[in-house]
Design a protein around this ligand. Structure first.
Ligand code: PLP
Length: 384
């Protein structure tokens, strides 16, 4: 990726930088690899930067929301309501009402108590809510424990064995129309076998439902495709061909059935970087610390999930030293990386924390009374 470093010098750090050219290439490639009857929704929680959303709307994707705030952000950004799905294990009444009033495409429902509330609110407002049931497929994805969601022990979804029962139950409700099944097994999944396993589990379930004469028009397999955090320049665009191809190969759709995807990270992660300035280089008896002006308040993934982000020194290339790169926040977990090889680094250098477009800016906090990081794009900086 090419960074406009001369433009960066004038900007207040830290900030997020989004390469919308790479974003557009990523969206094009994802769309190119879709099969007929496949529909792509963007999982908005990964990044709601308005410039990023604008490009995703322009690409014609739908949206997967997990809160009323996200539904509002999507409607404001111009996503058509009939391409919005609303997931989440704890939907508040006002969020359900907002979604009903906007006439969104579908609620992904995670429990019978939730279904009853949606039915009641839909009745009150004279609406019929389209719902898909989020079924827990009990598939363990090979990823970090905090980001697997498809195991029986997770809080998400409805138990596999209850599927037929909840569908029958929904059919007795006057203001509910059950249109599909929804699944999501986790995030940052790179082993296509996990998606193949999910597809085979869905086939099993559809066979059981066939025996009850139940056929639903929509299947939604969620998101979770991972990206290459180690080598973002070698693999700037995820392997969408393999991903969609895996479902095409293993998932048996019924006649006319539509297949939906909700990708977040894989669409936006590589186009974003957190740009930060080196404040101090501090040698101690054991370590050499590079202290930067970005912290876990700007990018929490390393502190929260032990996540790795590649760090490039944009200001120089010479030398090879080993550093711990840390932020200024008063928490011992405010460490971006330990024992990391970088060129010899000095106060004032600009560093890029790579692959930070997903679950970066959106997870920022104001802890320590810090300002939220802003986002800049290539378009904006190169116009000036
Ligand atoms: C977070 C989430 C996604 C997107 O996950 P990624 O790993 O970013 O692709 C999709 N669907 C649901 C229900 C989610 O909660």
């Amino acid at each position: 990726m090419n960074f406009p470093i001369d433009k960066f010098q004038a900007l207040r750090t830290p900030f997020y930088y989004y390469d919308t050219q790479l974003l557009d290439q990523t969206l094009d490639e994802a769309k190119r690899c879709l099969y007929a009857d496949y529909h792509l929704h963007y999982a908005v929680k990964a990044c709601t930067n308005p410039q990023v959303l604008r490009h995703i709307v322009a690409a014609g994707l739908g949206a997967d929301c997990v809160s009323g705030g996200e539904i509002r952000a999507c409607l404001d950004a111009g996503f058509p309501a009939d391409k919005i799905v609303f997931a989440g294990v704890g939907k508040s009444d006002w969020e359900i009402e907002l979604a009903l009033m906007a006439d969104i495409f579908c609620f992904n429902v995670e429990s019978i108590p939730e279904l009853e509330v949606i039915n009641e609110l839909a009745q009150r407002h004279g609406k019929v809510a389209r719902v898909a049931f989020r079924i827990n497929p009990n598939v363990g994805a090979h990823t970090h424990d905090n980001i697997t969601t498809g195991l029986a022990e997770n809080k998400f979804g409805i138990a596999w064995e209850q599927t037929q029962e909840v569908i029958e139950r929904s059919r007795q409700m006057s203001h509910i129309e059950c249109i599909g099944l929804h699944f999501h097994i986790g995030s940052q999944i790179l082993d296509m076998d996990d998606f193949a396993t999910l597809a085979l589990r869905i086939n099993e379930l559809q066979e059981v439902l066939d025996t009850y004469g139940i056929r639903l028009p929509h299947i939604n397999v969620g998101g979770g495709l991972g990206i290459d955090y180690q080598e973002p320049d070698e693999h700037p665009i995820p392997n969408f061909r393999d991903y969609f191809g895996t479902f095409h190969r293993y998932l048996r759709l019924r006649q006319g059935q539509q297949l939906h995807f909700e990708l977040g990270r894989s669409l936006v992660a590589q186009c974003g970087s957190l740009i930060t300035r080196v404040l101090y280089v501090k040698p101690t008896s054991l370590k050499r610390f590079v202290i930067v002006d970005a912290g876990m308040t700007d990018l929490i993934r390393p502190a929260l999930y032990d996540a790795y982000h590649r760090i490039d020194n944009l200001s120089r290339q010479d030398g090879d030293e080993v550093y711990d790169v840390v932020g200024p926040i008063c928490e011992s977990s405010d460490v971006f990386v330990r024992d990391y090889h970088m060129p010899t680094t000095f106060r004032g250098d600009l560093l890029a924390l790579r692959s930070a477009g997903a679950y970066g800016e959106i997870m920022a906090s104001q802890y320590n009374c810090r300002a939220l990081p802003v986002g800049h794009t290539d378009e904006e900086l190169c116009r000036q």
